[in-house]
Each structure stands twice: as C-alpha cells, then as structure tokens.
Design a protein around this ligand. Structure first.
Ligand SMILES: CC(C)(COP(=O)(O)OP(=O)(O)OC[C@H]1O[C@@H](n2cnc3c(N)ncnc32)[C@H](O)[C@@H]1OP(=O)(O)O)[C@@H](O)C(=O)NCCC(=O)NCCS
Length: 323
C-alpha cells in the first residue's frame, strides 16, 4: 500500500482485494452518492471486484480522519487503456478530492508507457461533465440504457431460424461453450469480449442468477447464441422489480438470421412470465443495428452512461447485439 497526503486528505492505492471492512465502506459511499445523484456511481463489475482475489484492479481510497470520502477503481487488465470509475462523497465535493483521485489514476495508468485513462460517468451528470472538462477529457463512448413497458410491448411468436432449438443454461456444463461464443460475438467489445470463466462463475454465485432466465439457442447441439436475463429487486431501478436483457450474443457465423431478434423476444417473454412490468438493457450508442432491433422490440432510450478519455472512439466491426 502506497500513501501520500494533500492537505487533510489521505490517498492510498491497493492492488488485490480490499479488506472486507474497506469494501463495505466503498459500498456505503456508493449508496450515499446514489441517494443524492439519483444514479449509482459504480457499476456491477467494479462492485464484484471490490473483494475479488484475482481482480485486475487498483483501488484508490481517499480518506479524511479515517473516513472514506472518495474512491476510484482502476481496471488495469488491458495494456492499451485503464478504465476507471470514481465517486466522491456528496458532503466532500468541490474540495479537490475528485481531482486528486484522477491525478493518481493518471499516474497509475502511465506506469505503462502509452496507456490511456478512460473514466465511466454513470447518468451523464452535469458535475461529471464539468469535472471531465476541467480535466481536459472528452466523451469517447456512450452506453445507452433502454427501457420497455412489458405490458404494452409488441408480442408474437418468436421466429427461430430452421433447425434452431432453445433450452436453458445448465450450470457446470455450458460455461465453456457460452464463453467461447460470447468472446467471438463480442470480439470488438472491450469488456464483454474478455469475460472469463471465472467472471461467469462469479455471476452464477450472485443471488439474482437464475438458469431459467438464461436461454441457449443451438443447432445440431452447437451453440449459436444466447439471451441472459436478470431481475433487479425493487429499489434498484425504481419502486418495482425490473427485468434486464443482460446479454444477447450471437456467434458471428449465425448473425443475420434473425436470431438476435428472436432471442430478445424470448428473453422478454421470460421476464413477462415472472409478472414484471418493465425491462431495461444497456447497449453501445454506436451499435445502430442493436439499437434498431431493440427499438423494434419496444425499447426506448432512457438514460446514457458516458466514458471520458483523451483518445478517439472506436466503432464496432460486426453486427453483434448485446449489453
Ligand atoms: C464528478 C465528481 C467525481 C467530482 O468530484 P469532486 O471531488 O467534487 O471534484 P473536484 O472538487 O476535484 O473538482 C474539480 C473541478 O471539476 C469541476 N467540477 C466538479 N464538480 C462540479 C460541479 N458540480 N459543477 C461544476 N463544476 C464542477 C470544477 O472545475 C472543479 O474545480 P473547482 O472546484 O476548482 O471549480 C463527483 O461529483 C462525483 O462523485 N459524482 C458522482 C460520480 C460520477 O459522476 N463519477 C464520474 C466522474 S467522471
């Protein structure tokens, strides 16, 4: 652990898992910020990585009198760019804590020559925009959150390509085939495409995991694509529980057959059968094929997450849809 101090704020950097008490303090900080900002500042992966032994991350903690007032998590698993999410306690903002965390994040990033820093801002809040501008960072990616009213969406029997059958995921048996198709489907995607078997198993251990909502499309026993759904409990995305089309992925060899549309419809049918009234999904704003398909399924744009950086955006090579 390395320490440095600027006025009364102490910054520490930790590689490897945080102690349980520190991980709890980060979750509490994120909750305090979400209550004020109306949007959680840390997404699912950083929360899972807080205490994960093999997480490729550096944790930056800013404390005042031993109280956690700011936190940044740096995903240092890629050579070309470091991804960060950061949050400052609402009662300690405009005091330079964010600037100090970002400065340290930059220093950690440039340990590898040429590596760039990218920062996710959830909800595209005005403070984050101004903060990024102040730091000389521009928007390099946008992630759309889309929503659909499950009670009024267009329905009808999903049109599966000839010979394709659908069954539910079997834990302990289907991981490797799913991971292989997922990495092919999302080869262009910086996070989804490098999901490992350990990342998949971590999600299987989460309370929300339900194989009945994880559907695999096969032809002659070969996996062609899948739709994975999730249910958020009441309070996470509104007063009621909300469903999510968590990942839709179709193998590049099976794209263009209408499988993405059929799998999305089957995922929504499953969420509807649970009695849910609303579903969400996340997709890259530049992925026009996916956005168009989701709009045809009844989804509308609801919110946007923004990634800031100093480099230019890259565009997806294929027509894969997904979170
Ligand atoms: C964005 C955030 C991290 C800023 O943290 P902070 O500690 O308040 O930021 P700093 O005090 O270091 O501010 C640095 C500069 O950013 C700009 N800035 C920050 N917040 C601002 C706001 N609400 N309005 C206008 N400018 C703002 C200012 O130029 C500020 O300098 P100044 O105070 O000398 O004018 C904090 O608001 C936050 O946690 N937001 C929710 C999570 C989030 O959006 N994270 C993603 C950040 S890209």
């Amino acid at each position: 652990m390395l320490d440095d101090a600027s006025s009364q704020v102490i910054l520490s950097a930790t590689a490897g898992p945080l102690p349980a008490a520190s991980a709890d303090a980060v979750r509490a900080l994120a909750d305090r910020a979400a209550a004020v900002d109306g949007v959680p500042p840390l997404s699912e992966q950083p929360l899972l990585w807080l205490a994960a032994p093999e997480a490729p991350v550096v944790h930056l903690c800013a404390t005042v009198d031993d109280d956690l007032v700011g936190y940044a998590q740096l995903d240092v698993g890629a050579q070309t760019s470091t991804k960060a999410e950061l949050v400052v306690d609402p009662t300690h903002r405009r005091a330079g804590v964010g600037r100090a965390l970002l400065g340290r994040a930059l220093a950690e990033t440039t340990v590898v020559p040429g590596r760039t820093l990218r920062v996710w801002a959830h909800g595209d809040l005005p403070a984050a925009r101004r903060f990024a501008e102040d730091q000389g960072m521009a928007v390099v990616r946008e992630l759309l959150q889309m929503r659909v009213d499950l009670t009024t969406r267009p329905t009808g029997a999903p049109n599966l390509p000839t010979g394709v059958t659908v069954r539910t995921f079997v834990p302990g048996r289907d991981e490797e085939a799913w991971r292989r198709v997922n990495s092919r489907a999302f080869s262009y995607h910086p996070e989804q495409g490098r999901m490992t078997s350990a990342d998949l198993r971590a999600r299987e251990s989460e309370p929300w995991f339900d194989p009945d909502g994880f559907l695999l499309a096969e032809r002659d026993g070969i996996l062609l694509g899948s739709v994975w759904t999730k249910v958020h409990p009441a309070g996470e995305h509104g007063a009621e529980p909300v469903g999510e089309i968590y990942v839709v992925g179709v193998d590049p060899d099976a794209q263009g057959l209408g499988l993405g549309r059929a799998l999305t419809a089957l995922g929504l049918d499953h969420l509807t059968s649970l009695g849910l009234r609303e579903a969400i999904l996340y997709t890259g704003a530049e992925n026009t094929v996916a956005v168009h398909t989701y709009e045809r399924a009844g989804f509308v744009r609801a919110a946007v997450d923004v990634m800031f950086g100093s480099d230019t955006p890259s565009s997806p090579a294929g027509v894969t849809m997904g979170a």
